[in-house]
Design a protein around this ligand. Structure first.
Ligand code: NAD
Length: 436
């Protein structure tokens, strides 16, 4: 099939590459000229495990091409995916200007029947809006489908190639049939393609992300309470998670959820509620609790250093919003570092993949280490913000030798309490007793 993808970011590039992998002829469009040039030269512009192999293979086979021309994109694809940003607007709603802007341009360029697929995360009613905007520009027949994406950064290729489900929101038989044909190779093991109306599909994505954000936030509150009463959240988590109605995943407490999706999607659903005379009390609480959780280590750090962080030096391990990605959007590390800097501290950072993105944002206000141990040389404390695997079993002797004091503030509960105690560290984590 001939496919166009408009917007070649984390979702668009993975979608385009994986659809090329099943034999489709895919043209990816982006307005960012540098990015398109990079991709045309065979360079993957993001870090996403396994993407490079598929990317290279499909470019070589001529099934994956790139352009900045929307006109080419509209003429190429029988199915046109919109994988455009839907960032948070000032009032918390999803900013639809990218999606509706592209829809308008598509309306002007469309010459024969196309299926326009909304892959961006968008509020209920957006498929209707996209349909209206295109219809205002053209008499040509087209269908708009809502096909939310559930991939996780860090596992995006796997998630796309072997999705647990595919959601298709469409009231057109013709479009639904085309979409089912396109996705059939990805569900050979029997996972479902769930067809529904557009609005339900749009809401499914927000409901799923908001539920996951709520699950994490609930666990963060339990962790905070564990500290008050002397319980251990690791034990509570294991005790709860073995109940199959609850499940073991997404129960790990930490310094809040971040990333390009959860924060904006929870706020957008909350705002959608308001716009429709419904108050999502639960989401209101999730937003507030998460805001506090992101910087929950700060008062502890301040109290350890008697309220004076001026001139203190910190190593920060982990800058991406989660492991296995270079994405730093809404990363808790950013909030912690901004406050540490504001209070006069010096920071040396290390992350396996996110250093270039952090450098773009923080410039020379931070020191950038070449490896995790170099970051700890002479520091007063180590702050852990992302649970990359390489941080899980450090050489504690080396750390102690490097640091001016053996102090760790761990926002991801990476270490066994007995071990850090045995190693002689001051160790503060989330929902567990502090080793002093
Ligand atoms: P992104 O910022 O990584 O990529 C968006 C791309 O669109 C950028 O490369 C940008 O240059 C390009 N672009 C902007 N305007 C354009 C235009 N007019 N024409 C062509 N290209 C244009 O965003 P993303 O993370 O891929 O997210 C895209 C959508 O998918 C969002 O709605 C997001 O909520 C949703 N989503 C994201 C994820 C994720 O894990 N990142 C998962 C599921 C859903």
């Amino acid at each position: 099939m001939k496919i166009s993808v408009i917007g070649t970011g984390y979702v668009g590039l993975v979608t385009g590459t994986c659809l090329a992998e099943t034999g489709n002829d895919v043209l990816c469009i982006d307005i960012n000229k540098d990015k398109v040039k990079q991709m045309q030269e065979g360079v993957v512009p993001i870090y996403e495990p396994h993407l490079d192999v598929l990317f290279e293979r499909n470019i070589k086979a001529g099934r994956l091409t790139f352009s900045t021309s929307l006109e080419e994109g509209v003429s190429h694809g029988d199915i046109i995916f919109l994988a455009l940003p839907t960032p948070e607007d000032e009032d918390g709603s999803a900013d639809l200007s990218y999606v509706l802007g592209a829809a308008k341009d598509i309306g002007k360029l469309i010459k024969d029947y196309k299926v326009i697929v909304d892959k961006s995360t968008v509020p209920v009613g957006t498929a209707d809006k996209v349909t209206q905007v295109i219809a205002n520009e053209t008499q040509v027949a087209f269908d708009v489908v809502s096909n939310p994406e559930f991939l996780r950064e860090g596992f995006a290729v796997d998630d796309f190639l072997k999705p647990e489900r595919i959601v298709i929101g469409s009231s057109s038989e013709k479009a639904t049939e085309l979409m089912e044909r396109l996705y059939k190779p990805f569900v050979r093991s029997g996972n479902p393609i769930i067809v529904m109306d557009e609005k339900s599909a749009e809401l499914t994505k927000y409901a799923a992300n908001s539920f996951l954000a709520t699950k994490i936030t609930f666990m963060n509150e339990i962790a905070n309470f564990c500290e008050k009463v002397g319980a251990d959240v690791d034990m509570v988590r294991r005790g709860m998670g073995t109940d199959s109605r609850i499940g073991k995943r997404f129960l790990f407490p930490g310094i809040g959820y971040g990333g390009s999706c959860f924060p904006k999607d929870v706020k957008a659903l909350h705002k959608s509620g308001k716009d429709n005379n419904y108050t999502f009390d639960i989401l209101n609480a999730v937003i507030q609790v998460n805001d506090t959780q992101k910087t929950i280590l700060l008062p502890r750090i301040e109290s350890y250093f008697d309220g004076d962080l001026k001139g203190k030096t910190f190593a920060v391990w982990g800058l991406a919003f989660k492991p296995e990605t270079d994405d730093i959007r809404e990363a808790p590390a950013i909030y912690i570092m901004e406050q540490l800097l504001e209070k006069g501290a010096n920071i040396t950072v290390f992350d396996p993949e996110a250093m270039p993105n952090i450098k773009k944002r923080f410039g020379n206000t931070l020191t950038y280490a070449n490896n995790m141990y170099e970051a700890t040389k002479g520091v007063d404390a180590l702050v852990i913000c992302t649970e990359w695997s390489i941080f899980r079993t450090p050489d504690f002797d080396k750390l102690k030798a490097n640091m001016s004091q053996p102090v760790i503030f761990d926002g991801r509960n990476l270490y066994d309490l007995k071990e850090v105690e045995h190693q002689g560290f001051y160790y503060s984590s989330i929902g567990r007793k502090t080793i002093a």
